[in-house]
Design a protein around this ligand. Structure first.
Ligand code: ZN
Length: 293
């Protein structure tokens, strides 16, 4: 995706750039839908609000091309971005909607897809706020019950564990964690840190303020800090006065490209496994952290 550098358009390569004829033909062919989910949320003094929207969009692009290589057709839905921000809710720019609003919008989007003939949706989510994840899970479960579609949430093993999700839930597609295992560090990397700074730097360098980035220091925050942070409000703002949680100094454009491609391979791998009836949750060890108080 090097050609995308510096000019990412979140509609490019999605359903939004197709005609209704192409949508109807894709539905007839049994095409799967990849649904990017992000939010507009503060991401420190060096990154713009749209990081999670770009992240889920770029991840979906990677998954789509990996699936294409395997001979599996998919379409990308227009990226969703009116989600829920609890932890960062006290910062300017962190738009948040009510739980029932998010559930309704997602449910209606899935009903629309079903009406046009699509049967399978894979959510590619780039925002792990507890409130947001709860609403997303509820929307998926409600739609599975009431619309009868195959709807799945593609999720990293680390976050599935941390959010207390049961690995055998039928709507979860868990891939082996991208996060390094090995001796656990007491310091957590959660938000606007090395990973997010890296992919933004590779794909959208004009949106990364390198001058400010050079002044940032690791936050050295631990699990106790996280449990305060996830509750949001002014207490959360005291934990992360500059709006990032983790170590942005480890960022590099090369890391951004590698992690995005690695995500694409892992997510496409579990989708392929599911379509071929041989998916099972990973049992490899992965660092464990409770993200929910
Ligand atoms: Zn983010």
């Amino acid at each position: 995706m090097a050609e995308e550098k510096g000019k990412v358009n979140i509609f490019e390569g999605t359903m939004a750039h197709l005609t209704y004829l192409q949508i109807e033909e894709a539905a007839r062919e049994g095409t799967s839908v990849l649904f990017p989910i992000g939010v507009i949320e503060e991401h420190g003094p060096h990154l713009p609000l749209a990081v999670d929207v770009y992240g889920s969009y770029l991840q979906s692009r990677e998954v789509k091309s990996e699936l294409e290589r395997k001979g599996i057709k998919s379409l990308i839905a227009p990226p969703f971005y009116w989600g829920i921000n609890v932890a960062t809710g006290s910062f300017g720019g962190s738009f948040s909607c009510r739980e029932e609003t998010m559930i309704s919008v997602l449910f209606d989007a899935m009903s629309s897809l079903k009406k046009w003939g699509f049967d399978r949706v894979f959510f590619i989510n780039h925002h792990m706020d507890g409130g947001h994840m709860k609403a997303l899970n509820q929307a998926i479960q409600k739609a599975r019950r009431e619309i009868g579609m195959g709807i799945y949430l593609v999720i990293d093993q680390f976050f599935a564990k941390g959010l207390g999700l049961k690995a055998d839930e039928p709507h979860l597609l868990i891939y082996q964690s991208l996060f390094p295992s090995g001796p656990p560090s007491p310091y957590l990397n959660i938000h606007a840190e090395g990973h997010e700074t890296s992919f933004m730097w590779h794909y959208l360098p004009e949106l990364v303020n390198e001058e400010v980035w050079r002044t940032l220091k690791p936050t050295n925050l631990n699990l106790d800090d996280l449990l305060v942070w996830v509750k949001g409000g002014t207490e959360a703002r005291k934990v992360t006065p500059q709006g990032y949680f983790g170590d942005p100094t480890t960022a590099s454009p090369e890391r951004g490209r590698e992690e995005m491609e690695s995500y694409g391979r892992r997510a496409a791998g579990v989708i392929e496994d599911l379509l071929q009836g041989r998916y099972s949750p990973p049992n490899a060890p992965c660092p464990e952290v409770a993200l929910e108080p």
